[in-house]
Design a protein around this ligand. Structure first.
Ligand SMILES: Cc1cc2nc3c(=O)[nH]c(=O)nc-3n(C[C@H](O)[C@H](O)[C@H](O)COP(=O)(O)OP(=O)(O)OC[C@H]3O[C@@H](n4cnc5c(N)ncnc54)[C@H](O)[C@@H]3O)c2cc1C
Length: 460
């Protein structure tokens, strides 16, 4: 081992994974100190065959703009996204949640085909001085100096670095190699399809259609096409034919005509992509000499389009922590990593809780969740301020857990009055009692999440 290490190449920063997080991290680190040599090791030689995220909230788009990526991404064909249109039942008017109602926020998010996103970021990051991307280099182990991570090994050999950053996605090898624990739950899976030449009912908006087993998301990905992501049960047959049959019978009836006809064309051609939806939670993302970033730190159900906005915010936080420090000083590096870890979890906890809560509510899994769904639509209908507060949480503009709890409890209050008036679920006395019990249980669960955050110090 000593010989391997003495002959090994050494760089300043090694990034494992050349997806969205890896490229944006490389740009952030290169910007934080002139002359830094940053090498990205990417396992795949070609495109990632897995379907991945495409819709980015304004907070994430801000980071792309700061790094000079947003202009080239527009040139690559991406589309601005103005907010969300939520459709409770087909035929009923949508509730519009525009980003522009959030005070101080960029008025648009952004969406683009994921392959075009990664291709553009890779091309652009290579223009930064000191950044190199090596494809076909799968990291299989890490090199340590006692407790400290000082490099990685691939089939081509060992590369040492003053700092190693794992951007290797939700099934991160580095997370395992660093010995970090995770809580992973398979929630459901997504069937994604291109909606060619599809004009969405509210052009420029991401749409959420409710009523089927799981929510259906549809958003523009360029100036003529849209994408739909359909949430399906985790335990169903995942053969393409079975999935297409289930979408035809259980989901198409909940879509408006323009989306339905585009989706039908994709289904007739058998053109769907499948991806599993996990909730993965971690409690730590740094060890001496190394950090994780993006999905490698965990992920949520994709309905709330949380992943890339969180990943981009991670890159901003890590870039800020490392800006101007001397990477040769282990002490300075570890202090910066500690700062990154604290700020990251403060930011991310509200988004994780919100993603879980919205998925549960939009699926309407039980009486409590269905009552909250009723309350949330009433709340959004009540004022621009209530919509703006919800959207600030959804878009990552607001990241304080107490703000989430305040919103949640307000919605629970509205849901309670709907239940008492018999407007939701079973209007019988027994039905109302079940709904009230469900509402009480859910608010207690959310209060205890916030209380845990206070104990852990992740609440500001
Ligand atoms: C169905 C679905 C829909 C989604 N929709 C959205 C959405 O609309 N909006 C949103 O914000 N998020 C969405 N997400 C989440 C989003 O895709 C992720 O947050 C985002 O891709 C994370 O980027 P990343 O770079 O951290 O990880 P990844 O995109 O997974 O990239 C990891 C990279 O690391 C490489 N790699 C892995 N292992 C190694 C190794 N050992 N050595 C070297 N390289 C390695 C991989 O090849 C890959 O290139 C969705 C996710 C799914 C599954």
């Amino acid at each position: 081992m000593a010989e391997v290490i003495s002959n090994a190449e050494e760089v300043d920063v090694l990034i494992v994974g050349g997806g969205l997080s890896g490229c944006a991290t490389a740009a952030a680190i290169a910007a934080g100190g002139a002359g830094r040599k940053v090498v990205i090791l990417e396992a795949r030689a070609g495109k990632n065959p897995r379907f991945n995220g495409e819709l980015i909230h304004p907070t994430g788009a801000d980071v792309l703009a700061e790094r000079g990526f947003l202009g080239p991404l527009h040139e690559a064909g991406g589309a601005d996204v103005s907010g969300f249109a939520c459709v409770r039942e087909v035929g009923r008017p949508a509730t519009l949640l525009p980003y522009r109602e959030i005070a101080g926020s960029r008025p648009h998010g952004f969406a683009i085909d994921h392959h075009d996103l990664v291709d553009t970021l890779r091309r652009e990051v290579l223009r930064r001085p000191g950044v190199e991307l090596r494809s076909g280099e799968r990291v299989v182990s890490v090199v340590r100096d006692q407790e400290r991570v000082i490099g990685v090994t691939t089939a081509s050999g060992t590369v040492l670095a003053k700092l190693v950053i794992g951007c290797d996605g939700r099934h991160s090898k580095l997370r395992t190699l660093f010995g970090m624990e995770e809580r992973a739950t398979l929630l459901s899976f997504t069937a994604a399809a291109l909606l060619a030449d599809c004009e969405l009912p509210h052009p420029g908006f991401g749409h959420i259609f409710l009523g089927a087993w799981g929510p259906i998301l549809a958003y523009p990905i360029n100036n003529k096409d849209a994408r739909t992501c359909i949430d399906l049960p985790a335990d169903m047959d995942r053969g393409t034919e079975a999935v297409i049959a289930r979408i035809r019978s259980g989901y198409l009836p909940f879509l408006p005509p323009s989306v339905k006809s585009s989706l039908l064309r994709a289904l007739d051609a058998g053109e769907i992509e499948l991806a599993a939806n996990y909730s993965i939670r971690t409690e730590e993302c740094t060890v001496p000499g190394a950090a994780l970033l993006g999905d490698a730190c965990g992920c949520s159900h994709p309905l709330t389009a949380t992943g890339m906005t969180v990943a981009l915010t991670d890159t901003r936080l890590l870039g800020e922590a490392l800006a101007g420090i001397d990477l040769r000083s282990r002490e300075q590096v570890d202090r910066a990593l500690e700062q990154y870890q604290t700020r990251r979890y403060r930011y991310v906890r509200a988004r994780e809780v919100l993603a879980d809560a919205l998925y549960e509510v939009f699926r309407g899994v039980d009486d409590g969740a269905r009552a909250i769904r009723e309350g949330i639509f009433r709340y959004w209908g009540s004022s621009a301020g209530s919509r703006a507060r919800s959207m600030a949480l959804l878009s990552g503009h607001e990241s304080r857990l107490p703000a989430f709890l305040r919103e949640y409890l307000t919605v629970v209050g509205m849901s309670t009055s709907s239940v008492l008036r018999g407007e939701v679920n079973e209007p019988s006395l027994g039905g109302r009692m079940r709904s009230l019990y469900g509402l009480g249980k859910k608010s207690l669960e959310k209060r205890s999440v916030v209380a845990r955050g206070v104990r852990e110090g992740t609440i500001r």
